[in-house]
Design a protein around this ligand. Structure first.
Ligand SMILES: [Ca+2]
Length: 508
């Protein structure tokens, strides 16, 4: 079994940490916070694109083998890798190969020039053919909102495809030379520079909607070529789609983000009912396992394309602690979105879900954008959170520590989960792992006290491994759990009667 990071963290580079006082987050800023991340227990980071790009988010690359000067240099990036590795943190970089910026040299040479050798790198079509194939409009997907994806270049008889925007031209992977170029890019970052893997942007869209069955096949081939370059390279797909569409991507990719689960978790937190979430999760995992036994389920509460969980839960800290406890005790590999650990807020449009991390220390805080949601009047900055033992930050830290230490909770692959007491919609209850290591996890999804009798199969679970807050007791086999509280119990060894446990918040 591979030794994968147990908890990962997504860094939106521009907003994370500034090192040189220009107000823009940068690579040296990330290096400066490596101690913070290691202290939080993070073992892997996904950094959003750092290659040269005209946009603030840099998801439209103009040079695949460079670093945008706003963020630093290749030497800074090399240093970031060595500092991260010394801290036990693996680095996954965003690889955006579905499209380039229209300012990429390839596109500049291809546009308006049907004879260019770069013409086949992109998808061009005449109006007549677009009409004949019925491709003028596309069905919207969760991640791409352009109805008319065919864009005109002045002086060109054909239009180019760009499903995300006119600024982003979709690449054509039917062109063998483009595949060679991208393989060289992967080799450069993995072999020459030394990144540990890639987060693959828009992985479901490499081939267009009318050839979508080619996408998982493409990634299987890509993964084989990457394995030849670096056998332990890690590949995580962004396949923003329903379970059945995601599953075949596991044939090539180590991991895929679980969008469906994130929506289910949100719905459960809002409705305060579990709605048979665990059986649904188990069925979903069976679908994944049908394609790759060793799949890694990358679970999250939100990411840089989604409303922040803080805003979804109206900034309710007690509920945000519950969200953290659910995420970090489920199977798979949790990804935190930067700032979730301090309860940052944010609703669309996109820049407002990517606001400056609130360090509470002006020199390192980014200022490229004035916060609308995550202001210090509404969100406790990290510097304050560190002084308050009951803060959301310490709940995250305790849960990540639990995940890093517990065999049952922390398994990234092949992990077990069993539902318990399905008849109680207000409690989310499950057993993780098996044998002596097994843990019983109970979440109170409601604002009212809930009790649960630990009888029969769960009578032995008498040792508190984690509890979010002190509104909790376990006496004479009866568990009482206060508002939005979560508890993780392990088993008492030997022949026991009814276990008794004193109240003890595990927030060290
Ligand atoms: Ca900077």
């Amino acid at each position: 079994m591979q030794d994968y990071p147990r908890v990962c963290y997504e860094i939106f580079v521009r907003s994370f940490s500034d090192s040189n006082g220009d107000g823009i987050g940068d690579l040296n800023g990330i290096i400066n916070q490596m101690g913070y991340l290691a202290g939080l227990g993070i073992q892997g980071i996904w950094i959003t694109p750092v290659q040269p790009s005209p946009s603030y988010h840099k998801y439209d690359v103009t040079d695949y083998c460079g670093i945008d000067p706003e963020f630093g240099t290749l030497d800074d990036f090399r240093r970031l890798l060595s500092v991260a590795h010394a801290a036990g943190i693996r680095v996954y970089m965003d690889l955006v190969i579905h499209h380039t910026s229209i300012r990429h040299p390839w596109f500049k040479q291809a546009a308006g020039n049907p004879g260019s050798s770069y013409r086949p790198y992109y998808r061009w079509m005449s109006d007549e053919l677009i009409d004949a194939m019925g491709l003028k409009e596309r069905a919207l997907t969760e991640d791409a909102h352009t109805i008319n994806p065919w864009h005109r270049v002045q002086g060109d008889r054909e239009r180019f495809l760009g499903i995300f925007s006119r600024e982003m031209a979709d690449l054509n992977f039917d062109e063998p030379r483009l595949n060679d170029e991208i393989d060289a890019v992967a080799r450069f970052w993995l072999k020459e520079i030394g990144v540990d893997g890639f987060r693959l942007d828009a992985a479901r869209h490499i081939y267009p909607d009318w050839e979508k069955e080619k996408n998982p096949v493409f990634w299987t081939g890509f993964a084989q070529r990457v394995a030849a370059i670096k056998p332990d390279a890690y590949l995580i797909g962004e396949v923003w789609a329903e379970t059945e569409t995601v599953a075949p991507f596991f044939r090539g990719l180590n991991a895929n983000f679980n969008f469906d689960a994130s929506f289910k978790i949100e719905a459960m937190l809002i409705s305060e009912r579990q709605d048979r979430f665990i059986p649904w999760l188990i069925r979903q995992r069976e679908v994944f396992a049908g394609h790759a036994a060793g799949f890694v389920d990358a679970v999250m509460l939100s990411n840089h394309d989604q409303q922040r969980i803080g805003s979804t839960l109206s900034g309710n800290t007690a509920k945000l602690k519950l969200a953290a406890a659910i995420l970090l005790t489920l199977p798979g590999q949790p990804f935190l979105y930067y700032g979730e650990e301090i309860g940052m807020l944010g609703r669309k449009p996109d820049p407002a879900i990517r606001e400056p991390f609130l360090w509470g220390e002006p020199p390192i805080e980014t200022t490229w954008r004035r916060a609308v949601y995550s202001k210090k009047e509404r969100v406790q900055p990290l510097s304050d959170a560190l002084r308050h033992p009951a803060s959301l930050f310490y709940v995250y830290r305790a849960l990540i520590r639990l995940r890093n230490e517990s065999v049952a909770i922390g398994q990234v692959q092949f992990n077990e989960i069993r539902e318990f007491c399905p008849e109680r919609p207000e409690l989310l209850t499950y057993i993780r792992g098996s044998g002596e290591d097994a843990c019983l996890v109970v979440h109170n999804l409601t604002a009212r006290y809930q009790t649960l009798s630990l009888t029969h199969d769960i009578v032995r679970y008498g040792i508190v491994r984690y509890v979010t807050h002190t509104a909790f007791s376990l006496k004479a086999g009866v568990l009482r759990l206060g508002k939005y509280n979560s508890v993780v119990l392990t088993q008492v060894a030997g022949n026991i009667g009814q276990p008794e446990t004193e109240v003890s918040p595990a927030l060290s």
